[in-house]
Every structure is written in C-alpha cells, then in structure tokens.
Design a protein around this ligand. Structure first.
Ligand code: NDP
Length: 498
C-alpha cells in the first residue's frame, strides 16, 4: 500500500529518504540516506571510475554520452511523469525541461574535444623558440549539488559538461526530488555499466555539506544564495573550487516600441511557468509609461486564463510547502505598502496552490520587489523610460538573467542589464541554447555552465611549452651574458617602447 505523508514534505523513515507528491502526498521515491562514510566511499569509488572514464578519451565518452542522450529521449514520457509526481510541475513543463537537458548532453558530448582537447598555441616573438600547447584536463571527481525546481535540467547542466570533460560526478539531489536524481544516474549506468562514473548520494542538507568536505576536486552548486555561502565556506577549508548558480530576481523591461501582445504572453510564461519556481523566472517587470496600462491589461487577461490544479493544468502545486509562507508574505507586504493586486492577491494563496497574481504600484523597497518570491506572481512597475527601467532592474544584489521587449534600443538595454544573461523579445530562452554560457553575477553566483565556458569550467587548463630551437636572446638561464641582457633591453624597446 502507498504511504500517505504531508504533501510535499520529505521524511526520513528507517534510514530511507521518502519524497512525496506536493499535490497528493503519495509516496514518490524512497532512497537510502547516505552517512558521511557513505559519501566518502562514493567519492573514492568515483575517483577510480573517473580515471577509467578519462582514459576513454573524447571519442569513447562522446559515444557513451550520445547513447545516454538517446535513452533519455526514448524514455522522456516516463521521466516527465516522475518529475511531475515528485515535484508537482505539469507534465508539459517537465517535457520542456527534459528536452532542454537532452540538448545540453548532446552539445557537450559533441563539442568537448574541440573546446578542451590538446592544441598548439601561437608563441610570441620574445619566446619564438618555444611552441605552446594547451589542453583542459579533468579535475577528477566533481560534486554536483542540485535544487528541486528543475531536477533534470539543473544537475544535467553541470553533470553533462563535467562528464564530457572527463570527470566522474557524484550528485546530491535535493531532498525534495531524490527519485528524479536517482533515475538520472540509473539511466547513465545502463549505458555505462562498467564503472560508477555518475552516482548519487541522498539525504538532507548535511549530505550536501558532507559532499563538500569529501575530497571532491570541484563542487558545482545550484541552489539558493544563502546555501551557496555555506557551500563556499565548507569548500574554503580545503580550497576546493566551486561554481555557484544561485538565486535570482529577474526583471523584464518593456520599452515603448515593444510588441505588447508578445510581451504580455512571454511575461506570463516567464513569470508563471513551473508555478513561478524558476531561478531565471521573471519576477519584476518595468514597463515604460507610454505602454504601461495596455501592457498590464494584456498580462492580466492572459494570466487570468491560466488553469491551476494537480493534473492537466498550466500551474501545479508549490513544491515546498514552506515556500507558500514566503509567497503569502510577499503578496501581503506589497499590498500593505500601497501596492494593488490587479489579479489574484492574498486570496490567491490556496495551499498547496497559488493562483496567478499580478501586483502594481508596489514600492521598490517591498519584499515583493527585492526578494526571490518563487511563486506565480509578478510585480509590474511604471517607469518614465528605458533608462529608469535599467536603473531599477540593476538595483538588486541579484543578477542572473533578464528580458527586454522592444525594437530599436532592445540590444543596448539588454547589454546594460547587470546580469549574466538576457533574452530579447522572449523570456528564459538563453537557458535552452546549449551554445551559450549560463550563470549570474553578484548574489546570483559565478562561474558558468553550458556552452564552451561550461565545458572549460570542468577542466583545468594545462599549459606546456616546448623548446623548438636555441634561444637567440637567452634570458631564462644563468648562462646569459651582460651582452644578452643588453640585446634583450634593445629588443624590448624596439618592440614595445613606442
Ligand atoms: P537550497 O539552497 O535550499 O538547496 C540546494 C541544494 O543544496 C539541495 O540539494 C540542498 O539539499 C543542498 N544543501 C542544503 N544545505 C546544504 C549545505 N549546508 N551544504 C551543501 N548543500 C546543502 O535551494 P533549493 O533546493 O530550495 O532551490 C531553490 C533555489 O535554487 C532558488 O534560490 C533558485 O533561484 C535557485 N536556483 C538557481 C538556479 C541557477 O541556475 N542559478 C537554477 C535553479 C534554482 P536539501 O534539499 O536536502 O536541503
């Protein structure tokens, strides 16, 4: 018989982590909780496996990763159903998430050799007698710590690139979505049965902390900014390098020459897909005065059509029950400080669901504007012009993504956003483009996943010089003579002294 728990709250029963559906409370997954010793053992096994994996070379890894990608594509419905049950998101959202992950596996596998492989590097006149060689060597074992909101896309965004670069990976999935994490590593083991190259350890935050201290060679963390600080502190003890994909409060700017229908549609999707539980979700909108009223009307009309509920709807339950308190607090704070709900409002919060809510006239110092809400809510503010929109968008310590709707000035505005990414005339699209890097600035983190930068993030640059001929201007030797040094001075003045 299926056990029924408090919907969405994971529990530990007899050493097993039990995850539950946030919609129904039905059990979704049951995985053994790792002890500190288990984590260390997993990393030790991964270290040996990583050497084997690295030894396969780019061609061997590419072939296996493409088979893994094919397996995910074939079983996409099965994985989407598990993501839906365990995290609550609509199946269609889960499908889109998995499609994006598959795209990243494919690109990372196909491009690792080109980006990371050994190559000659041009030398310069001053050391012309040497050739330069560069390659990116795997770290060894990468610890990947992931959140629950995109339990396929976020771990794969690090793991696929780390694996393609020749590392073994130990994943600590969120306690809310361990079954999805285990599904990913099990599917990988089907195509790479020889060695435990990609494995998972399960449990609460302390298991993530143990992974940081387990001797892994790099940690790729995706999660909240407050946990990121703890991860960095733990990694600092052993100088373990970290990649931080933190939280966000992404803004959208609607300029006066924007297509308002398209802007409203993209705004509602960017803000409310996955019930707004998206790190790069649109949470704040700045619309210029000339189009503000028409834009708000269109957003309200579109968001008002969204359906909410457990099955076959646009918006599913809020995954973490305690997040509902945050969403409620932000809506209440917005209204108390003078804001107005033009759709939804306090009554929209009906646990485990939150109905679409659009807030206007909210002061910039309100929690609804400054803090990550992670619900299907939007604040829309009226601004004089695009310059004021940029100033307000850039006022927070977060800087993950962003969006601009407009024509003439759109690219210039996007470039001025203090963020790692921006989409013009769309929202969130940069996440799916495997050729582009993904990551933030400020409290949203540092380092990059995806694209060429994402591959390099998981390889150590190894620089090699090789003598090709005798030195005409010997300098890096005690055999140099005063005349050699004088010639060097003369040469440098001719070359750079003008
Ligand atoms: P958390 O920071 O709560 O958790 C993230 C992961 O860290 C979980 O696996 C968690 O385990 C683990 N963890 C908790 N404590 C520690 C610790 N002391 N040491 C090491 N690991 C620990 O984030 P959420 O899971 O709630 O995810 C939502 C957040 O993630 C939002 O802020 C969102 O913006 C951000 N995010 C960022 C993305 C990006 O790419 N920039 C993408 C997606 C989400 P456990 O769950 O067991 O506590």
């Amino acid at each position: 018989m299926t056990a029924v728990h408090i919907p969405g709250v994971p529990v530990i029963e007899a050493g097993q982590l039990v995850s539950t559906s946030p919609a129904t409370g039905a059990e979704a997954g049951r995985l053994p909780v790792a002890t500190d010793a288990d984590v260390r053992q997993a990393v030790a096994r991964a270290r040996a496996a990583g050497e084997w994996w690295a030894g396969l070379g780019f061609t061997g890894r590419r072939e296996r990763m493409l088979r893994w990608r094919a397996l995910l594509a074939k079983r996409i419905e099965q994985l989407a159903e598990l993501v839906h049950v365990e995290g609550g998101k609509p199946v269609a959202d889960a499908i889109v998430e998995i499609v994006t992950a598959i795209e990243h596996i494919d690109w990372a596998a196909r491009n690792a050799r080109r980006v990371l492989g050994a190559r000659r590097v041009r030398s310069r006149l001053i050391l012309a007698e040497f050739s330069g060689h560069l390659e990116y060597q795997p770290y060894g074992v990468v610890g990947v710590i992931g959140p629950w909101n995109y339990p396929v896309f976020t771990p794969i965004g690090s793991a696929a690139y780390a694996l393609a670069a020749g590392n073994a990976v130990v994943l600590k999935p969120s306690e809310y979505t361990p079954a999805v994490g285990q599904w990913l590593v099990d599917s990988f083991a089907e195509v790479v049965p020889e060695q435990p190259v990609f494995t998972a350890v399960h449990g609460l935050g302390d298991v993530g902390a143990a992974l940081c201290r387990s001797g892994v060679d790099k940690v790729a963390f995706t999660g909240s900014t407050s946990t990121a600080r703890k991860v960095m502190a733990a990694c600092a003890e052993s100088l373990t390098p970290v990649l931080i994909e933190g939280g966000g409060k992404d803004a959208m700017i609607v300029d006066s020459d924007a297509n308002l229908d398209a802007a409203a549609e993209a705004c509602v999707w960017g803000g409310m897909t996955n019930a707004g539980q998206t790190c790069i979700g649109i949470e704040r909108v700045y619309a210029v005065d000339a189009v503000f009223d028409a834009f708000v009307d269109k957003v309200v009309a579109r968001a008002g059509q969204l359906t909410v509920g457990p099955e076959g709807t646009d918006i599913g339950p809020i995954t973490m029950p305690q997040q509902i308190d945050v969403i409620r607090r932000h809506i209440d704070a917005a209204i108390t400080s003078g804001g107005r709900a033009v759709l939804g409002g306090p009554s929209a919060v009906q646990p485990p669901y939150v109905h679409p809510t659009v807030l206007v006239d909210v002061p910039e110092d309100s929690a609804a504007v400054r803090e990550e809400t992670f619900g299907p809510t939007l604040t829309i503010s009226r601004v004089r012009d695009a310059d004021e929109a940029v100033t307000r968008a850039n006022a927070l310590s977060y800087g993950l993504g962003g969006s601009v709707f407009g024509r003439r000035r759109a690219v210039a505005i996007a470039r001025r956003l203090r963020s790692g990414m921006a989409s013009i005339n769309s929202t969130l699209t940069f996440a799916g483009m495997s050729t582009l890097p993904f990551g933030g600035v400020g409290d949203s983190g540092f380092g990059r996943i995806h694209g060429e930068d994402g591959l390099r993030e998981f390889g150590r640059a190894k620089a090699i010089t090789r003598r090709r001929a005798r030195s005409l201007l010997p300098s890096m030797t005690f055999d140099r003579t005063p005349a050699d040094v004088a010639r060097l001075v003369k040469a440098i003045k001719v070359m750079y002294g003008r």
